[in-house]
Design a protein around this ligand. Sequence first.
Ligand SMILES: O=C(O)CCC(=O)C(=O)O
Ligand SMILES: [Mn+2]
Length: 244
Amino acid sequence: MFTLLVLQKCLNRLCAIVAGKLVGKEIMYQQSTLWEYSEVLEEEVSQQQAKGEPLSLPDGDILIYKNLFSSTESSTFFTNLLNDVNWQQDYIKLYGKSIPLPRLTAWYGDGDKSYTYSGIKMKPKSWTPTLLEIKSRIEKLAEMRFNSVLLNLYRNGKDSVAWHSDDELELGQNPPIGSVSFGGSRRFSLRHKHRKDLKIIDIDLTNGSFLLMKGATQHYWQHQIPKTAKIVQPRINLTFRVIF
Ligand SMILES: O=C(O)CCC(=O)C(=O)O
Ligand SMILES: [Mn+2]
């Protein structure tokens, strides 16, 4: 549909250029027409992105914006985050044993918003310019403000996050979660907590994508990033949150 619309616009513009030539305004008209045309295209693409694609699932409210960040922006953000973020290896206690999380993590946000997750209390580091830039881009689409972000670095296919919901008390009643991904694609799976008749939903979270989970999603659905035997590029995921 979108491709047809673009083709139609191209045809209209081509006719306009030919008509412009016929009345003798060739170069000037052609240049300004092409300029306007690229503006129209950009506008259409950004309108598409501004909507996001809803995921069709009961008891949840999830939007995916597949290419919110261009590939150039995404590789710059990936490199900056990889180098500048204070990545940590955290451990969880299981049957009295200390087990390393299968990924590196970091927590940034407004000064007073600490967060307890899998028994690990995280005190936020101060926002960096890169994080603030990413945050402001997604806040425009989500039409809300986030005050903290949990970052995950998946170094290879062995790194993962197990089934869980982002439903800790400090996230409030219906937590909005804004999830941005840079680097290698990874599968993101969703499963309903009670409805065994519903199949697991798998989506690929690709470089530069933005996934927004809202409303009752965390009450009814769990999500995971499973391990994979495939060779995958390192991936950085940022989940922006509101801590009360
Ligand atoms: O890496 C992802 O896409 C998901 C991360 C996640 O679910 C979390 O940090 O709570
Ligand atoms: Mn999560």
